[in-house]
Design a protein around this ligand. Sequence first.
Ligand code: ADP
Length: 488
Amino acid sequence: MKALPIRVRLTLWYFAMFASAAALLCMASLWMLQRSVDETEYHELQERAQDVQLVLSHESSDRSIGQIRDEFAALYDLKDDGKYLQVLDEKGNWLYRSKRMAAGNPDLPAPGRLPKDGLITEFKLGARTIRILAYPISARGMRYSVQTGISLNKSTMLLANFRAKLLLLTPIVILLAALGGHAMSRKALKPVAALAAEARRINDRNLDIRLPVPEAKDEISDLSHTLNQMLERIDKAFASVRSFTGNASHELRTPISLMRTEIEVALYRPREAEEYRSILGRLHEETVRMTSLVESLLSLARTDGGAETMALAPIRIEEIFRQVAGTWKETMCRAMLDFSVEMPHGEPMVLCDLQGISRLLSILLENASKYTPPGGSVTLKAAMAESRAWISVQDSGIGIDAEYLGPIFDRFFRVPTSGAPPSGSGLGLSLAKWIAERHGAQLRVESSPGRGSCFSFSLERADAALQTMHDSRRAAEAEKNCGVVGQK
Ligand code: ADP
């Protein structure tokens, strides 16, 4: 059943439900008709018995049984030809027996043995079925059993007729209902088919197409809306992958063509060993830059694919700073920058991934060294707040225009400069932002052109995290104990 299309399934369900309802209705109407026929017949038979009671009650008490017999014969032999009637008094004397009743000779109990509402039985007379009612009556201080009958042929025919017509009509109605159900399910699923046809048109080259949203606020409009939102997300992801690949190939092409020109010029004519050395030195610089670019690209690809993970562990801030400052001290010195490290008192610990945070700080320190003219200063600082430690890299460099403070975190974005920009690819800050986010923090920047910039982020303090863990464990234990005491 599950393999069938929804339209067929709906039609089958509709058919099954309608067929059961129709069958139930037919059975109920047949039963009701049968009942009302039975009731009508019973009342007619009862009326006839009461009619006999009326006749008997008008008889005077001095009449002999023979006289009453004659009177009954005179009256009922003519009336309805005395079809099915017999009357018995409580002493067992017959007052009247019609010919047909005598022929059938059904059993007639004494009035004392009959229930108040009489007793219904049937007997066969030739091809006919006769329904008879034995009914107790009282008249002139005596009790009598009256038995009247009715031929069932008419009502049997009526019921048979009705049943035949029902049997003929019901399948037609069910068939019509099934056809109606099929048409209805087709109509109901038409918008879904239209949606599927439209969705089939969409491929990687026309992801900007959106599905039509019907005006009615129903399930179909909800579905198209949801699908459109999904298309929007896919479109954005595709666009970002496209621009990432475009930018990456552009960034890689520039140094490669530079190296190629350099090599071609070098090979153009024979040169002195010194000249070759200087060309190789430049080529080496270029390959170092390319290596760093490829590393950044790989890292970003890994972050996108979810392969780059951060394992947070408690680490002393001093250890992080010692490792990073050791690497950058010489570079800062060569760039003629005054590099200082400010540490808080004590031995504070933070929850972080040492490699990730070192990478983040290296990106910030490299930028500070690149964008701060000689003679300037760069400070790596940590300040403690209640549950977090704030870490910042401040420089007295060129600063960033307010309009670029947002876009600098985008991939491949570099603030436009009038002269030749320092080497770089515009990938550092987007990677730094991702690492900060993995530590549950935001990478912030404050900067004013000509005065310098300050990049900062916060890390959770290990002691605070431990305390929180301890507190929640104690609270859980207290709750458990309360429950135990309460149960006692
Ligand atoms: P890049 O490789 O160009 O340094 P980043 O993503 O690290 O790429 O930085 C993006 C841009 O932000 C840089 O091109 C630069 O214009 C600007 N920027 C980053 N750090 C600083 C800073 N400390 N001072 C001034 N400008 C900065």
